[in-house]
Design a binder for this molecule. Sequence first.
Ligand code: SAM
Length: 305
Amino acid sequence: MAVSGNLATFRLPPLPTIGDIIKLFNLRAERQLSQNFLLDLRLTDKIVRKAGKLRDAYVLEVGPGPGGITRSILNADITKLLVVEKDTRFIPGLKMLEEAAPGKIQIVHGDILTYKVEKAFPKSLRKNWENDPPDVHIIGNLPFSVSTHLIIKWLENVASRDGPFTYGRTQMTLTFQKEVAEVDVGVVHFTPLINPQIEQPFKLVEKVVQSVFQFRRKYCHRGVAILFPEAERLQRTEEMLMRADVDPTLRPYELSIPQFKSLCDVYRGLCEENSALFPYNFREELRQKKMMKRSRKYIDEEDEE
Ligand code: SAM
């Protein structure tokens, strides 16, 4: 008799609820690790559905904690789930899941910021960048203390096609706390594009975007200005915004991707004209000015004596 596809689908056996697990292992949320736990399995199922089709996929979960999202991923009939958790207190609870889903889950006690994702899954999963995304997914309810750092690191990995993107255009489904995703908790699904919208080196794009957002509620010319040394700041800021055709009175969050592209392209041109411009660091200039001021004050005081 043929076995129907549905009968072969994996489901976790009945388990204690996430609330029970938290009580059983005394898992208080630690503020310094930005922990908050998702207890409602309907919500975690909804987050996991945002990842798209997971059947037979290889999944990396960041910070599984007591395992709510982990259960939803396991119920999505994946081939392999690798979880990376920094806090040892969660390991016994995760081991319970390991017993309930034999051979499906691998627990890594470690830090996602240093974990080598490129070595996590078989090489046979790798696909060419131009092909459809590989059967590799990253999912996580990110601790906000590390989310900004992590996402910038992974965006740089997208640009250089290494780290998690050694496998190709690996998809990521990540939950961000308010501010980053502009709601209390937002789920963002990323699929890297075949061709970047801004064809400039990652470090240059990062510098322009970071500078513009330095004063996120002010007009964008304030942030653009810190790309230039004080002596030429006014003139260069005006020139850059004019050449990029960007209205100086827009707020950073009002700028479109084509406007950022235009700013990056013009800045690249200015850096090519003046090789000292890209290494210029606004904070360093400020620090040196303060030191000069302090030593001048010290010399003046000595003169008075
Ligand atoms: N995924 C769980 C949920 O949704 O209920 C927990 C989410 S909680 C916001 C973040 C989790 O990430 C915690 O379990 C925390 O211990 C873990 N974590 C924090 N920093 C980490 C890091 N650098 N690497 C791996 N896990 C980390």
